[in-house]
Design a protein around this ligand. Structure first.
Ligand code: HEM
Length: 395
C-alpha cells in the first residue's frame, strides 16, 4: 500500500489482492468511482461507467440483458463480417511485404465493430453522410482533452437523430445495442430511458468498448509475433477445431488456448491499466484506517506483475490463467475489474478478440519488425508509444 498526501485528501495506491477484492465486491456500496473518472464524466454524462449509487444500480439492471451471453453470441455474425472486411488489408500486406501497423489496424477494426454493434444497418446511413462518418473522429486522436470533449459532444445529435428515426419508423427496434437499449425499461417504474440517458449510454459503449478491445488485439498480436511457438500452437488448435473458415459462436468456447492467450495478454497489457475509487465512509483496508473521502488508485498493470503472485511475471505464459479467466489468486487479476461494477462488455470483448485471433492465425503468420517489447504509453488506456509494425505472410 502506498499513500500520498495530495493538496487535499490523501491518495492511496492499493496493490493488495485481498483488499482490492473487498472494495470491488463486498464493500462496493461503500466506494464511489473516484478521481480517475472525472475527466470521462465530461464525455459520458451519467453513463454506466461514471455514474454511482442508485442511479447506476437501476441503469445496470435495466441494460444488463443487452450484455448476456445469448445477446453477445447473436453479434458473432456481424463481428465476423467486420473482420472479413479487413482481410483485404492483410492480404495486401502479405502480397507487398510492407509491414502492417497492427495498432492502427486494430483501431480501425475495433471502431467498425463497436459502431456496427451499436447502430446495426443504420451504420450505412452514417457512412453515406456528407463529409464521411462523423464517428471516425474517435480514432483520429488519442488525446482525451477539452478539445476532444467538445468535438465528441457534437456526436450527441447524431445519436438522437438515429434513435428518433427508428422510433418514428415503428416496428421492431432492432437487436443491436441501440435497439436493445431503446427497448429496455426500468424494472420499478416501467419507464424507458429518456433521450439524454440513451445518448450517454451509447457514447459510453463507444468509449468503453472501442480502444480497450483494439488495444487487446494489438497487444495479443504483438506477443504472438514475438513468441513463434505459441503462435504455432494457436494455429494447431484453431485448425483442429475450426479449420480455415470463420468460427461459429458455438465453436468459440472450445478454443481453450485462444482464451488463455487473451487472458495472458490482458495480464501483461491491461488496457485499463489504472482506475480509481473513493471511500464514501471510514473503513479499514489491509489493516489500515481509510478516512472517508480517500482516493484510491487500483493499478492492474502493477498488480498483474507482482512476483509474489505470478512466477516470472514478465514472461508470456498462456498456461497460467485458465480459459475461464478465473486466476489462481483471488483479486490478483482484474483486467475487467470485479464484482457488481465489473465490465459489462467483457463477453463482447472476449468474443471479438478470440474470433479475430482464431480467424486470422489460420491464414497469416506474423513476425515482428522491431525486436523486443514495445515501449508503453500509459494514457487513458495502455497503448504502445510507437506503432507496432508486424510482417505478414500467408500461413
Ligand atoms: C478488453 C476490453 C475491455 C476491457 C479491458 C475493459 C475493462 C473495463 C474495466 C476495468 C471496467 C471497470 C472499471 C471500474 O470498475 O471502475 C469496465 C467497465 C465497463 N465496460 Fe469495459 N472493458 C473492455 C471492453 C468493453 C466493451 C467491448 C464494452 C461494451 C460493449 C465495455 C463496456 C463497459 C461498461 C458499460 C462498463 C461500466 C460497467 C458498470 O460500471 O456498470 N467494455 N471495463
Amino acid at each position: 500500500m502506498y499513500k500520498r498526501q495530495g493538496g487535499g485528501l490523501p491518495v492511496w495506491v492499493l496493490n493488495d489482492p485481498d483488499a482490492i477484492h473487498q472494495i470491488l465486491t463486498k464493500k462496493q456500496p461503500s466506494y464511489g468511482k473516484g478521481v480517475g473518472f472525472e475527466r470521462v464524466k465530461m464525455l459520458l454524462g451519467d453513463g454506466l461507467i461514471v455514474s454511482d449509487g442508485e442511479h447506476w444500480r437501476k441503469r445496470r439492471q435495466m441494460l444488463q440483458p443487452a450484455f448476456t451471453r445469448p445477446s453477445i453470441a447473436s453479434a458473432t455474425g456481424l463481428i465476423r463480417t467486420c473482420i472479413e472486411n479487413r482481410m483485404s488489408v492483410w492480404d495486401a500486406h502479405a502480397e507487398s511485404g510492407e509491414p502492417l501497423d497492427i495498432s492502427e489496424e486494430a483501431n480501425q477494426l475495433g471502431l467498425r465493430i463497436i459502431l456496427r454493434s451499436i447502430f446495426g444497418d443504420d451504420l450505412e446511413l452514417l457512412d453515406a453522410r456528407e463529409g464521411g462518418n462523423p464517428f471516425h473522429m474517435v480514432t483520429n486522436t488519442h488525446e482525451r482533452d477539452l478539445m476532444f470533449a467538445m468535438r465528441f459532444r457534437q456526436l450527441w445529435p447524431v445519436v438522437r437523430e438515429i434513435a428518433e428515426v427508428r422510433r418514428e419508423r415503428g416496428g421492431p427496434l432492432g437487436q443491436d445495442f441501440l435497439g436493445r437499449f431503446m427497448g429496455s425499461v426500468d424494472k420499478e417504474s416501467g419507464e424507458p430511458l429518456d433521450m439524454q440517458g440513451l445518448v450517454d449510454e451509447i457514447m459510453t459503449l463507444l468509449i468503453a468498448g472501442h480502444e480497450t478491445t483494439a488495444a487487446t488485439i494489438a497487444w495479443a498480436w504483438s506477443l504472438l509475433a514475438r513468441h513463434e511457438g505459441v503462435q504455432e500452437e494457436l494455429r494447431s488448435e484453431v485448425m483442429g477445431h475450426v479449420g480455415l473458415k470463420p468460427p461459429e459462436a458455438s465453436e468459440l468456447k472450445g478454443l481453450d488456448l485462444s482464451h488463455r492467450i487473451v487472458h495472458e495478454t490482458l495480464r501483461l497489457y491491461p488496457p485499463v491499466w489504472m482506475f480509481s475509487r473513493q471511500a464514501l465512509q471510514d473503513d479499514v483496508l489491509a489493516g489500515y484506517h481509510v478516512p472517508a473521502g480517500t482516493q484510491i488508485l487500483l493499478t492492474p498493470f502493477l498488480l498483474h506483475r507482482r512476483p509474489e503472485f505470478w512466477d516470472e511475471p514478465e514472461r508470456f505464459d498462456p498456461g497460467r490463467i485458465p480459459a475461464s479467466g478465473i486466476a489462481p489468486v483471488r483479486g490478483a487479476y482484474i483486467p475487467f475489474s470485479a464484482g457488481p461494477r465489473r465490465c459489462a462488455g467483457d463477453l463482447f470483448a472476449l468474443n471479438v478478440v478470440v474470433q479475430h485471433l482464431a480467424w486470422t492465425v489460420g491464414r497469416y503468420h506474423l513476425s515482428p519488425v522491431e525486436p523486443g517489447a514495445p515501449e508503453l504509453d500509459p494514457g487513458v488506456n495502455l497503448r504502445a508509444l510507437h506503432p507496432i509494425r508486424l510482417r505478414v505472410r500467408r500461413a
